[in-house]
Design a protein around this ligand. Structure first.
Ligand code: SF4
Ligand code: SF4
Length: 436
């Protein structure tokens, strides 16, 4: 239980009690701040714990992430993929094998034609694989599963008229990873090249009105002012309402990535306040993911979502979420090579598509196995950060996630009550750096 102190415009104080495990938020009289809806049973999320309690994968795949290969023409400073060991990415023949294989191991969604399924194509930079693999793969999957939704995450630097026409014809959702004013941490800025800028603007203008486009921004210690970020895109695109999303905080997957994490308490306080203010004042709500996080928090209170229903934040601990290479290697997630080893010493290669029931997710730790998460007021918003990080990297990731999600929680509380949260007291356990 956490006690939240709020202040109204006249400075009068009041208190709320919040239990993130029962999703209960009550005032001083014990009345719920959000009226509960109809009670319904919640499924229990798997509580994976390395090799001791591995996760499983099922043929009822509802989130399929196809890793085309990890090659990229950028080198973002905080990118996990940069330092992954090389592996056999597969060529055009492997695409054909993959397409033959998939229907034997995938139920095709609730109607056998992709209903309820999201299929994502991942690089590296996926459009580096456009002619050799992506074009054929996407067309064949679209024909086989016409009711699935399709998505691609790109850095937007290798677009062309041919690729744009293809995207439109496929009806793919496209997310362009771009950090706005903080783009230098990723590398070159495609907006600085007039031809590249034109393709990106074209893509935005054609797809955003159909809900098929967003810019994905990753926040860092150096770049987390949401108002500035939004203003940057408004100016560059020349539109009042650019389609924007926050991917989350940059996490310290590499030594270089620690510089992007928000660890120092002063920086945490200022980033938290900045996120809260941007949401309350409006610019923060221009980002799809922030709107949906605020809504999700309110829904969690209305539905009394228990923490037992919470899986990990990215969902890759779920049995129905599958990341696979074109050669059929099942991996922890789309960001890792099957040749890599996770921080807990387990291989990121979990098994093979041809033997899916035998695949074991041994690289992950569910939030319930981390003492800090069970004693955290932002658990319902954060869901435990990256499931395979350990030690000081997980501690630093947790600090960044705490900062970001606390800013969102404070804004959500303000939007629900009209009062500003000024303190949260209770049994909060924060990581001890280097020993989490
Ligand atoms: S902020 Fe840290 S302790 Fe809280 S849920 Fe996220 S990872 Fe766990
Ligand atoms: S396990 Fe999830 S959070 Fe961690 S790198 Fe993979 S997708 Fe991202």
């Amino acid at each position: 239980m956490f006690q939240i102190t709020l202040a109204d415009a006249a400075g009068r104080r009041s208190r709320l009690t919040y239990d993130p495990h029962a999703s209960s938020l009550t005032d001083e009289n014990g009345a719920p701040v959000v009226a509960p809806g109809n009670a319904h049973p919640w499924p229990t999320a798997p509580r994976v714990d390395g090799a001791a309690e591995p996760g499983r994968k099922t043929a009822a795949i509802r989130h399929l992430k196809v890793q085309l290969g990890l090659k990229c023409n950028y080198a973002c400073s905080y990118c996990l993929q940069r330092f992954q060991p090389e592996h056999d990415e597969g060529g055009a023949t492997d695409v054909l094998h993959f397409l033959e294989r998939l229907p034997h191991h995938f139920d095709g969604g609730s109607d056998g034609q992709g209903r309820g399924v999201r299929i994502e194509f991942w690089g590296g930079e996926p459009f580096l694989y456009f002619k050799g693999k992506l074009r054929l793969l996407c067309l064949a999957l679209k024909n086989a599963y016409p009711n699935a939704t399709f998505a691609i995450v790109t850095n937007g630097s290798v677009l062309s008229a041919e690729i744009l026409d293809w995207i439109e014809a496929m009806g793919c959702f496209v997310a362009v990873s771009h950090d706005g004013p903080g783009q230098a941490q990723r590398g070159p800025d495609p907006f600085d090249d007039p031809a590249k800028r034109e393709w990106i603007v074209h893509l935005h203008d054609r797809l955003a009105p159909r809900g098929l486009f967003c810019f994905n921004v990753t926040l860092t210690a150096q770049n987390h002012d949401l108002s500035l970020i939004r203003a940057w895109f408004v100016e560059r695109l020349g539109v009042r309402d650019p389609s924007l999303n926050i991917e989350g905080m940059a996490l310290p997957y590499t030594d270089e990535g620690f510089a992007s994490a928000i660890i120092e308490p002063g920086a945490q306080r200022s980033a938290m306040t900045s996120v809260m203010k941007a949401i309350i004042e409006g610019p923060g709500l221009a980002f799809h993911s922030l709107r949906s996080k605020v809504d999700d928090f309110t829904r969690s209170l209305r539905a009394r979502r228990p923490s037992s229903a919470l899986g990990q934040k990215c969902g890759m601990d779920r049995a129905d979420s599958l990341a696979v290479t074109l050669t059929g290697e099942v991996v922890t997630c789309q960001n890792v090579s099957p040749e890599a080893t996770a921080p807990n010493g387990q291989p990121h290669r979990l098994g093979h598509l041809d033997a899916l029931p035998e695949a074991r997710l041994t690289t992950a730790t569910h939030w319930s196995q981390r003492r800090e998460c069970a004693h955290c007021p932002v658990l319902q918003l954060c869901q435990g950060s990256c499931m395979f990080l350990q030690g000081k990297a997980w501690s630093a990731a947790c600090d960044s996630e705490f900062t970001y999600n606390m800013g969102i929680l404070m804004a959500a509380l303000y939007l629900l009550t009209g009062r500003v949260p000024v303190a949260i007291d209770g049994p909060i356990i924060r990581p001890v750096h280097g020993h989490a």
